[in-house]
Write a protein that binds this ligand. Structure first.
Ligand SMILES: Nc1ncnc2c1ncn2[C@@H]1O[C@H](COP(=O)(O)OP(=O)(O)OP(=O)(O)O)[C@@H](O)[C@H]1O
Length: 431
């Protein structure tokens, strides 16, 4: 039997969507997860059991109200139903009974006790994400949202937590894993929905309102998956050396870059039938480490390198004796780590630059089939062809306060600048 959105559920979703989301910074996530006890994890689950439904509810509402009939496309409805179903599962999960004194403590975690001490410790405040000023997915920080729920309140861990609390932690984590898996094919399915829309309206490109919806939607998805992934990892996986959940406090840029180079060159050789893909010269200090999510950085490096390799091969021809190398240069500043990827792949005409940031813009002649089942995980194209590589990578960069910029010299090549914010206190961009 297929799942359907009841009126009662729609009303509940409407209610939740009237609350703003609360932003969490990378540093807060790390501070919170450094030594998680049962009680701290429970506090995390409590926050997520409110925060995730709020974020999901916003998305359901938006998916229901898209311009120009986009909401009616079957694939968009399918995604809307996944969001609503996950909302339902989270809000219906039975809460544990908490003894009165613990409840007091949870509620008053931030209040001062009679001896002046606090029960819990509120983690450092977020700062606004500087690279996002004027963007339409602005963060909700304490400045513009005074009553935001305090998430990362650490609790006095010497307390005894009942078995019921541990049981709830397990059930909640299981529920999150199911939701995460359900939402794996969201990017491909939304892309499918956009294709359905383009066919039904006989359009080649999407307009700016749909473009900004997609930016908001995918940015929100990155945030939701970050919170879910972090919570699951803290609950399920034994802590690994420099990791706190899925965040690595010493992400080594050189190692990740080397891996991305190998993967992108391999895909390129395979796709063009080359014996040797264009070389990539890497300039990076071997001990350059910073706090980041390695999965995000790998994704951005791989996508931009793939673009450069493709441009070089297509400009010089796959039969060329030799290719000019792509250069990957990493610079370490106080505020940012900047990665420049330079190629001599002929560049992009100035008129096409705004288009590279639009979803579904690609110069590949035939876009590979968009069967949502072809990739159950994230959006991984074999070489190119969906037009998602750059806009999605820019969202990943912006999510933690960085940015992605592209400068091109038509007739020569392209430079991509990947700025990664190393201060890690910027909050998530939300809307
Ligand atoms: N380094 C580059 N040199 C020349 N053109 C580029 C470069 N990077 C991107 N482009 C152009 O921008 C377009 C969009 O790039 P984007 O990465 O978003 O999508 P794609 O590579 O076509 O597909 P995919 O979603 O599989 O990455 C490309 O099709 C290409 O025309």
């Amino acid at each position: 039997m297929s799942w359907r959105l009841s009126d009662k559920l729609a009303e509940k979703i409407n209610h939740y969507s009237s609350f703003p989301a609360t932003a969490v910074s990378l540093r807060q996530m790390v501070q919170f997860g450094q030594h998680p006890s049962g009680g701290t994890l429970f506090r995390g689950a409590q926050f997520l059991s409110e925060e995730l439904p709020i974020r999901l509810a916003h998305r359901v509402k938006e998916l229901n109200n898209l311009p120009d009939g986009l909401s009616e496309m079957p694939s968009i409805q399918k995604v809307r139903n996944w969001y609503a179903q996950s909302f339902e599962e989270l809000t219906e999960l039975p809460r544990p009974k908490i003894p009165i004194e613990l409840r007091e403590l949870l509620i008053n975690a931030n209040r001062k006790k009679s001896n002046g001490e606090r029960n819990g410790k509120v983690l450092l405040e977020n700062t606004e994400n500087p690279s996002l000023a004027g963007e339409d997915y602005r963060p909700i920080t304490r400045k513009n949202h005074l009553n935001s729920r305090r998430y990362f309140v650490l609790l006095d861990d010497s307390l005894k937590w009942s078995p019921e609390i541990y049981e709830y932690n397990k059930k909640f984590t299981k529920c999150l894993s199911i939701i995460k898996r359900r939402h794996d094919p969201v990017v491909t399915t939304v892309a499918q929905g956009i294709n359905e829309y383009k066919h039904s309206r006989q359009r080649m490109q999407i307009d700016s309102s749909i473009q900004s919806f997609l930016d908001r939607f995918y940015m929100s998805r990155i945030g939701i998956r970050m919170l879910i992934g972090q919570h699951i990892a803290l609950n399920e996986e034994p802590s690994r050396g420099d990791y706190v959940g899925i965040i690595c406090t010493k992400t080594n840029v050189r190692e990740l870059a080397q891996e991305a180079i190998e993967n992108a060159r391999f895909i390129c050789e395979d796709y063009y039938g080359l014996f040797d893909a264009p070389k990539v010269q890497l300039v990076c200090k071997p001990d350059l480490n910073f706090m980041y999510v390695p999965g995000h950085l790998s994704h951005m490096l791989f996508e931009t390198l793939k673009n450069s390799l493709r441009a070089v091969v297509e400009t010089h021809g796959s039969m060329a004796e030799e290719f000019p190398p792509v250069k990957l240069i990493v610079a370490e500043g106080k505020e940012d780590i900047t990665i420049k990827i330079s190629d001599e792949g002929g560049g992009i005409p100035r008129s096409a630059i705004p288009l590279v940031w639009t979803y579904m813009y690609t110069t590949v002649q035939s876009t590979p089939s968009l069967d949502p089942d072809f990739s159950k995980s994230d959006f991984k194209a074999p070489m190119a062809g969906f037009g998602y590589g750059l806009p999605l990578s820019r969202l990943y960069a912006r999510y933690f306060g960085g940015d992605l910029k592209l400068i091109s010299m038509e007739g020569y090549g392209t430079d991509v600048y990947l700025h990664l914010n190393r201060l890690s206190s910027t909050s998530e961009p939300l809307q």
